[in-house]
Design a protein around this ligand. Structure first.
Ligand code: GYE
Length: 322
């Protein structure tokens, strides 16, 4: 499984359920004619992954003839809630968003439901008992990504190994799940210990800052596990500034596989990357058309992904789109 590379995202459809709700999937009252209007509340522009994700959504909305209203919440939940409320007021046909954190969405999503506007979760999920608040969730399996990172370390570590973890945004699904999957796998080797774990907020500057502090406070660091490429790239800067060689003195594992990360992997500064595919636009627009028509959609759509070693990164880089 570790060796498997998927260059193009394909889709695994899990449990198909009926798109419930009051006929027609709601919404649409404010759209002119047959044009679908989508309100999309993006997390922010915190990483290379996010930039590629935003471009995919904008390009594919255009290609699908969907009128896209797009907002950037600058990593703040309150901004996303405001954007969703404004989409409700504008009576868009469908709302899609990538929740910055997992909890605290019930109230605003209930407002959307009462306004009869269907909601699609993309990329990140929410933690709510009420699954009627959204029609479907399209995105990666973040626990599995964490497991793949842990598997690699278990097969490649020898002797006592001190790991520092750079976590994503506190409370975000990918931060919670990537930690969980990784811990699950390294538990098999008690020699591997996470000696420090802190958030770098999924940004390059955050990763650099946290790594600088860890290099000062930790007597021995063998491995960095960063929840995304950008934080790993920030950590590389800090490691170099401390006079150490990234990829050799300190091994680095990241998640995403965006171009800058893949380049660092090919150069030997990162040791292993778990892929997370940001190109969700096409699948999102297809789902949006269906929920607006009131058609059946699967409750969960999982993007299929692989992993990259240094050699595999060298081979894949020339064709990498993002
Ligand atoms: O891994 C990270 C971004 O939610 C999967 O968010 C996404 C994550 C991605 O900031 O780079």
């Amino acid at each position: 499984m570790l060796k498997k590379i998927t260059t193009l995202a394909s889709v695994v459809l899990l449990s198909a359920v009926t798109a419930c709700g009051s006929g027609g999937g709601g919404g649409g009252t404010g759209s002119s004619g047959d044009t679908i209007t989508m309100g999309f509340a993006q997390v922010g522009a915190e990483s290379g992954w996010r930039t590629a994700n935003t471009k995919s959504i904008q390009d594919e909305a255009k290609a699908a003839g969907i009128d896209l209203k797009f907002s950037d919440a600058q990593q703040k939940q309150e901004n996303q809630i405001k954007a969703i409320r404004s989409y409700i007021q504008q009576k868009v046909s469908v709302i899609a968003f990538s929740p910055v954190v997992e909890t605290g969405w019930d109230t605003v999503l209930l407002e959307a439901k009462r306004a009869n506007i269907p909601v699609i979760l993309t990329d990140r999920s929410i933690d709510s008992d009420d699954t009627s608040l959204y029609k479907t969730f399209l995105g990666s399996d973040f626990v599995e990504e964490g497991r793949r990172a842990g598997d690699w370390l278990v097969s490649n570590a020898s002797g006592p190994t001190s790991v520092v973890e750079l976590q994503g945004t506190t409370g975000a699904a990918p931060a919670i799940d990537r930690k969980k999957g990784f811990e699950e796998k390294i538990a098999a080797k008690p020699d591997i210990k996470v000696v420090a774990s802190q958030t770098g907020d999924f940004t390059r500057s955050g990763g650099k800052q946290v790594m600088e502090a860890m290099l000062k406070s930790q007597p021995k660091i063998d491995v960095v596990y960063a929840h995304n490429d950008d934080m790993g790239l920030g950590a590389i800067e800090a490691i170099k500034a401390a006079g150490k060689v990234p990829g050799k003195d300190i091994k680095i594992i990241t998640v995403d596989a965006v171009k800058d990360g893949m380049q660092a992997l090919a150069n030997g500064e990162i040791n292993f990357i778990v892929e997370c595919n940001p190109l969700l636009g096409k699948q999102l627009m297809d789902l949006a058309k269906k929920v607006v028509k009131g058609e059946e959609v699967p409750a969960r759509v999982v993007t299929e992904e692989g992993t990259f070693t240094q050699e595999q990164a060298k081979a894949a880089l020339p064709q990498r789109q993002y």
